[in-house]
Design a protein around this ligand. Structure first.
Ligand SMILES: Cc1cc2nc3c(=O)[nH]c(=O)nc-3n(C[C@H](O)[C@H](O)[C@H](O)COP(=O)(O)OP(=O)(O)OC[C@H]3O[C@@H](n4cnc5c(N)ncnc54)[C@H](O)[C@@H]3O)c2cc1C
Length: 112
């Protein structure tokens, strides 16, 4: 997913604004979609999504709880390569979650 897509940036009025495309913001967006609410935007100050898992790229960064429980219950990932997944693997999982939520692709906008 890229951010700051022009169509999303140009519109300034939305029913719902989500601040941050970390796990919390992404979860909110996915649940809104499931509830049939599509008029929302995520404002993310970074160039990509993932929050903690986008920001922390130091060698060996990984989740300290088993990855199957550190994921969305409504979007399970049977393909974890490690029980305690690495930061890049978690970020990639979140990216896939976002891409599976079609209109989310244009819903992440840059925030000042
Ligand atoms: C190194 C590290 C390891 C961790 N390991 C674990 C673990 O093993 N297990 C566990 O349960 N938890 C762990 N955590 C906690 C982890 O942060 C949470 O599990 C979860 O990822 C938090 O998600 P979040 O969306 O609430 O916040 P964040 O991931 O912090 O996302 C917030 C997002 O909001 C954006 N944002 C902030 N302010 C603005 C603004 N003004 N405008 C626009 N965007 C904004 C940020 O750029 C970011 O993308 C870890 C945290 C760190 C730092």
């Amino acid at each position: 997913m890229t951010v700051a897509e022009p169509a999303a940036v140009q519109r300034t009025d939305h029913q719902i604004v989500i601040l941050g495309a970390g796990m919390s913001g992404l979860c909110m967006a996915m649940q809104l979609k499931k509830a049939g609410i599509n008029d929302f935007v995520i404002l993310e100050k970074q160039l990509g999504l993932g929050g903690t898992w986008w920001d922390n790229t130091y060698p060996g960064a990984h989740v300290d709880v088993p990855a199957p429980v550190y994921s969305f219950s409504f979007e399970p990932n049977p393909g974890w390569t490690r029980r305690f997944a690495s930061a890049p693997e978690i970020q990639a999982y979140m990216q896939r979650c976002a891409e599976n939520t079609a209109s989310l692709r244009t819903s992440v906008s840059a925030a000042a």
